[in-house]
Design a protein around this ligand. Structure first.
Ligand SMILES: [Ca+2]
Length: 370
């Protein structure tokens, strides 16, 4: 009887292994699958599929570099939106970032050129007229040929439909493309795995208007639509989250001093930009927050690349103010459930800055691998 149990348990233990070995041998014979190919297949399967929606300014460039450097990320596409600069410049900026890292194969799509409602009040003093510090001279006259023909919003819907519940969307600019996506396909949000947003504020202190943060102020209606209708898990890296988890200017020097093309690129585009001048920042952001180097969009990207970077969140419903004469575009946190909303978002509050700094360092140490 004991012998019988021993045999049965052994059988149950080894039978799946035997089947697996036979399956492996069959694949190697039939499809000429090699061990390196199998390893690539396994790595690809376990990677996080990401779409970046961006208004590519300097901090967006840093965030895109972070995604490109992350071994666990497969970047499906970059979709462009107006914001830091005109959408045509955004497209060219994204192409440049991809080219620095020798990743030109990643498709880039052009999206919204302005907000859903009202005039396009481009605010170009932050990162210069071209969004990348106005220091790059060698413009590519054939950039349009390198942009996909499909519109960014359609591409976003198609890719998310093809990879249902697998795509992490990281939104780094005004949310116009996302708002249009949910209008064209009401099921779009539920097909997403998760959404990371850099934007909004939680203390009513604005950085472009009295009460509103830049990305939300540029298209308040879109920010409203996204925060009301995207019911997927949503993580908001607000302006305050970025500023309260700033890094030192000594670290900024270390980052720019790395001996790799991506670091040289970042050093060049930050060289004449007031937003990366510690003296200039003392009169702006540092009035409210401690002095330091802040790469806004990289905080949202870091949360997507490695969730353990975020060490504290507030979970609550939020709403974007549309009517207020001085608070239009402001994000309000509903801590007492006044709005009776069923959906809450994760407002990021604390960050493991050492881990975040390591991700930034890795992002400028490119290209080292494909
Ligand atoms: Ca941005």
């Amino acid at each position: 009887m004991e012998l019988h149990i021993f045999t049965l348990s052994n059988f149950l233990l080894y039978f799946p292994c035997v089947i697996l070995i036979h399956l492996l041998c069959f694949m190697i014979k039939k499809f000429r699958v090699t061990v390196p190919n199998l390893l690539i297949l396994q790595t690809t399967m376990s990677k996080k599929q990401v779409i970046i929606d961006t208004d590519c300014g300097i901090d967006d460039a840093q965030a895109i570099l972070m995604a490109l450097a992350a071994p666990n990320v497969e970047l499906l596409a970059v979709t462009c939106v107006f914001g830091n600069t005109a959408v045509e410049n955004v497209c060219q900026n994204v192409l440049r970032v991809l080219s620095v890292c020798e990743r030109e194969g990643i498709p880039v799509f052009q999206g919204c050129a302005g907000p859903l409602v009202g005039a396009n009040n481009l605010c170009t003093d932050h990162f210069g007229g071209d969004g990348l510090g106005d220091v790059l001279e060698d413009r590519d006259p054939r950039w349009k040929e390198k942009i996909q023909k499909e519109n960014a919003v359609n591409a976003m819907i198609r890719l998310v439909t093809e990879h249902q519940n697998q795509v992490s969307l990281v939104a780094l600019g005004p949310l116009s493309n996302l708002a249009l996506a949910v209008r064209l396909d009401p099921c779009f949000p539920q097909k997403l795995k998760e959404l990371f947003i850099m934007g909004g504020n939680m203390e009513g202190i604005g950085n472009v208007t009295l009460c509103a943060e830049f990305n939300f102020a540029m298209d308040p209606e879109s920010a409203y639509v996204v925060l009301e209708e995207f019911l997927c898990p949503t993580y908001v890296a607000s302006w305050e989250y970025s500023c309260r988890n700033s890094l030192t200017w000594e670290f900024f020097e270390e980052l720019m001093g790395q001996d790799e093309p991506a670091a040289a690129f970042m050093k060049k585009i930050t060289s004449k930009c007031w937003a990366y001048s510690k003296e200039a920042m003392r009169n702006k952001r540092d009035v409210y927050f401690s002095p330091g180097f802040v790469s806004y969009d990289a905080y949202a990207m870091a949360a997507c690349v490695d969730s353990s970077v975020v060490t504290e969140t507030i979970r609550c419903p939020v709403r974007v103010e549309l009517q207020g004469s001085i608070s239009r575009g402001m994000m309000a946190l509903d801590r007492t459930n006044e709005l009776k909303k069923s959906h809450s978002v994760h407002i990021l509050t604390k960050c493991d800055v050492e881990k975040f700094a390591r991700l930034l360092l890795a992002s400028v140490q490119q290209p080292q691998k494909k």
